[in-house]
Design a protein around this ligand. Structure first.
Ligand code: FDA
Length: 393
């Protein structure tokens, strides 16, 4: 029996898959999008606290992590944030910049999903959700077997995203299929993820849950100035989430709790001007009081600043400006916003996302070893990579 034939079957009705489908459909291609969950675009709906940080006003290769840092540039240059913003505006979606170029919907992430589904429908894209793909093979064409029957296609686009938030339907399907077709996988790990600290050494962190402060979190040369937040299991907040994507397992981060100021000079000045002040009062002037108190547990201890030798002030300052912390681990994929690693870009053409050795096979979005910073970069990668593939289908 002849099976229905499509120009392309796209697996994954998330940001990348839906956008790719809409753009290819617009070009007259006959497209089928398959997803195993019933509701498409679930991550779009929960993103940005329900307001979807859909792009960033300024996006460059430096905002992404990949084994090949140049790979993402071509797609990002051919479909820019401004191109997506133009679509958002044309659909009457109101948005604002929150900070650092991060663009959010004024109202709801639902508007972005509705726009994508509307574009798909206008372009004649067929969307089948709630069906699992059981087998994919390739002879002359791709043959995709699903729980709702078999279809054939000239091209196959893997767009099932990364491993983050499995309870929302995340799977390693694209990695599995990419492997099957001979592509490599760059080892994956949770990214944009809270860090966990355990054991006696970090016991002082307990009780600080909810405390947040301005900071620079760094690992090697990579630095992020944003807030750090104590959680009941360790650290989170934008600075920590950003640096988590760069931390190898067992790696240490350095936290500057007084960005832009030399804590030693500040303490020396206070020692001269306010001899009788207690150290915890002085620290409480530039750190949240609960944090200042917690930091001054033994062995550092609280003292009158005027009685402290400069060496002790230097030790305190070192902790404030260059606190080295090695987390026990992360909160894992259950809490990670993204997956670092994925389908190795060595096997893909950067202009089209097509597989070098398998004509007609494409991989887009988070499934690829291209991981954006926090701030709208991951969606921009989904739009740009989806767009590049759409032009090549
Ligand atoms: P995405 O995960 O969106 O879609 C993959 C689709 O494939 C899903 O619909 C899934 O059901 C389907 N699928 C998986 N396995 C399958 C299988 N075996 N068979 C069939 N279908 C399968 N980024 C950003 O730029 N700004 C933001 O504000 C946020 N906020 C945010 C919040 C939270 C809580 C999370 C978890 C993530 C973010 N992100 C983000 C990241 C962003 O959501 C993510 O990078 C993109 O959704 C990736 O788009 P993809 O289309 O590649 O995957």
């Amino acid at each position: 029996m002849a099976h229905k034939h499509y120009d392309a079957v796209i697996i994954g009705a998330g940001a990348a898959g839906l956008f790719c489908a809409a753009m290819a459909g617009r070009r007259g291609k006959k497209i089928l999008v398959l997803d195993h969950v019933v509701e498409p675009g679930a991550k779009i709906l929960i993103s940005g606290g329900g307001r979807c940080n859909f792009t960033n006003a300024k996006v460059g290769g430096e905002n992404f992590i990949s084994k090949n840092p140049n790979f993402c540039k071509s797609a990002l240059a051919s479909f820019k944030p401004q191109d997506f913003i133009a679509l958002v505006e044309a659909h009457g979606i109101k948005y604002h910049e929150k900070k650092l170029g991060q663009l959010f919907c004024d109202n709801s992430a639902k508007e972005i999903l509705a726009m994508l589904l509307g574009l798909c429908s206008a372009a004649g894209v067929e969307l089948r959700t709630g069906h699992s793909v059981t087998e994919i093979s390739k002879a002359e064409h791709f043959r995709v077997e699903t729980t709702a029957g078999t279809v054939e296609s000239t091209a196959l686009v893997l767009a099932t995203g990364g491993l983050s938030i499995p309870k929302m339907g995340a799977t390693g399907f694209s990695y599995e299929m990419a492997r099957k077709f001979g592509l490599g996988i760059v080892e994956t790990r949770p990214g944009l993820v809270p860090l966990v600290f355990t054991g006696e050494r970090w016991a002082w962190m307990q009780g600080l849950s909810g405390v947040s402060f301005d900071s620079i979190a760094s690992h090697g040369k990579r630095k992020f100035r944003e807030n750090t937040l104590f959680t009941h299991r360790g650290l989170s907040g934008p600075a920590i989430l950003q640096i988590s994507s760069y931390l190898p397992p067992g790696g240490a981060l350095v936290l500057d709790m007084l960005p832009g100021q030399d804590a030693y000079e500040v303490l020396l000045e206070r020692k001269a001007s306010r001899k009788k002040a207690e150290l915890k009062t002085v620290l409480g002037e530039f750190l949240p009081a609960r944090l200042a108190h917690a930091l001054l547990q033994p062995p550092l201890g609280n003292h009158t600043i005027g009685d402290m030798p400069n060496k002790a002030l230097r030790n305190t300052a070192e902790m404030i400006n260059r606190f080295t912390l090695t987390p026990a681990g992360t909160e894992g994929y259950a809490k990670a916003e993204v997956t670092v690693g994925g389908v190795d870009t060595d096997g893909l053409f950067s202009k089209t996302m097509g597989a070098r050795e398998v004509p007609g096979l494409f991989v887009i979005g988070e499934a690829v070893d291209v991981t954006g910073w926090l701030g709208g970069y991951n969606f921009q990668w989904a739009w740009s990579s989806g767009h590049s593939a759409a032009l090549a289908l």
